[in-house]
Design a protein around this ligand. Structure first.
Ligand code: GDP
Ligand code: MG
Length: 442
């Protein structure tokens, strides 16, 4: 992804990893390489300058943490500062109302219709029902394009090629999809004058009253993306951004860093023309890949290990006080795949109470089933399982291709396990059980 930028950055990191001594000169050389790569990718000069300054200052001033070599330290600084450039955290698309209305904004050709097809499929996989309203009255085959793109996915499309009135289309589409979980509005993004386009978006917005307006930006325009994003943001309430065409784009780095600055999170990126080429945007994962270091994870884990004891204690406290989420349970399941069923492991440890019956009956098949179900949950649901009630259960079942009963069974298993975790008590945590728990939580 991002073609040359990825290639030159990973080359720089490899070079650094191969150095025997790192001194000021090496730091400066690395920074120069990074600068060259970023500028070629059209990243704004000021951003490049600030990034270089931070890396240089930290690399020369900060002491490497215990157990970390100066070289590893610099690599992790480069990584951290690059992640900051892209906004640090990932932001999930949270569907918290029904019908959840999403208005797509962006210039013609930026990739709105394509991305709507991708997003509709993504939401369908999570079990949401989706309707798409075509308000594009400019492109002759706009409706056809949408239909083709969503064929066979159980996604409803509303449109009327005879109508020239985008507002009327929006209104009728909105009325016809009241029963859907999500309604997505596609727009033309084209006008003779920019101010007319922005006015039309305002008018559409007044009718749709979107929960979220998503701006689609073409990643090949580089740092110009900033101005474009600001123009839309000035006229409408842009809630989030999707940057498209990042597959092989020479200026993608410029577009991402420019857009990350404007204060609306990048939620997804488009990485190709196929229906599956949509990724949840996670700056950390993105930069790891861009720096091309498979080892980077290992290194960062090592950096974290320094304070690992504290971290483990902390999350253990959280779990024992009852803050055990479905996310924690998923980690356990993934571990079980490697270590064998929990009860079996626990049986080997003397003096540990039995897990609830349900837990001991966990087979590999059940674990697989539960993992599939959890894949259809949103981040919010994994973190706050108590919000999963009737309609969410139905949706999750639909998305994962399971029965409602399966989802309920999983939730029951979760509640029982959570209670058991709490009951295990703090006193056991220094002994073998504590170690086991720590194993499970890594
Ligand atoms: P719209 O006018 O904003 O609706 O844009 P379209 O969805 O019609 O897309 C315009 C062109 O960009 C089409 O040829 C798409 O195939 C292409 N496109 C959209 N997203 C991507 C992407 O992520 N990667 C690539 N390579 N092409 C894309
Ligand atoms: Mg379109």
């Amino acid at each position: 992804m991002l073609g040359n930028l990825g290639r030159s950055l990973s080359k720089t990191m490899k070079k650094l990893a191969g150095m025997t001594i790192v001194d000021e000169e090496v730091v400066r050389e690395v920074i120069k390489d990074i600068q060259r790569a970023l500028i070629q990718s059209d990243v704004n000069i000021k951003l490049v300058f600030n990034l270089s300054k931070s890396i240089e200052e930290r690399a020369l001033k900060e002491e490497p943490p215990r157990g970390i070599t100066p070289k590893e330290h610099i690599i992790s600084i480069v990584y951290e500062e690059m992640v900051k450039l892209l906004g640090e955290k990932s932001h999930e698309l949270v569907i918290d109302d029904k019908p959840y209305r999403i208005l797509f904004l962006g210039l013609q050709g930026s990739g709105k219709t394509t991305t709507i097809g991708k997003l509709a499929r993504y939401l369908r996989k999570k079990g949401f029902t989706v309707g798409v309203v075509c308000t594009d009255t400019w492109r002759p085959a706009a409706l056809e394009q949408l239909k083709q793109y969503t064929e066979g996915q159980d996604i409803s499309i509303y449109g009327d090629p005879e109508t020239r009135d985008a507002l009327d289309l929006a209104e009728k589409g909105l009325a016809s999809f009241q029963k859907k979980d999500v309604i997505i509005f596609d727009t033309a993004g084209r006008h003779k004058e920019e101010k007319d386009l922005l006015r039309e978006m305002e008018e559409l917005s007044a009718i749709v009253k979107p929960h979220e307006a998503i701006l689609v930006i073409d990643g090949t325009i580089g740092q110009q993306a900033r101005e474009q994003a600001l123009a839309f943001k000035g006229a409408t309430d842009v809630g989030s951004i999707i940057v498209t065409k990042l597959d092989g784009s020479a200026k993608g780095g410029g577009a991402l860093s420019a857009v990350a600055e404007i204060g609306a999170p990048i939620k997804f990126i488009g990485t190709g023309e196929r229906i599956d080429d949509l990724e949840v945007f996670d700056p950390e994962r993105f930069i790891s890949r861009l720096l091309g270091m498979g080892d980077l994870r290992t290194l960062l884990e090592k950096v974290e290990e320094v304070s690992e004891e504290d971290i483990a204690e902390e999350s253990l406290d959280a779990i024992l006080s009852g803050k055990f989420t479905l996310k924690d349970m998923r980690v356990q399941f993934e571990m079980m795949g490697k270590m064998g069923p929990l009860q079996q492991v626990m049986n080997m440890l003397p003096g540990i109470g039995k897990l609830p019956k349900d837990a001991s009956r966990m087979t590999e098949e059940t674990i697989k089933k539960y993992l599939i179900i959890m894949d259809s949950m949103t981040e919010e649901e994994l973190e706050k399982p108590e919000i999963i009630k009737h309609s969410r259960i139905k949706r999750i079942a639909r998305g994962s291709g399971m029965r409602n009963e399966d989802v309920k069974e999983l939730l029951k298993y979760y509640r029982v396990t959570k209670k058991a975790m709490k009951g295990l008590g703090r006193r056991n945590m220094g002994g073998p059980m504590g170690q086991l728990m720590r194993q499970f939580m890594r």
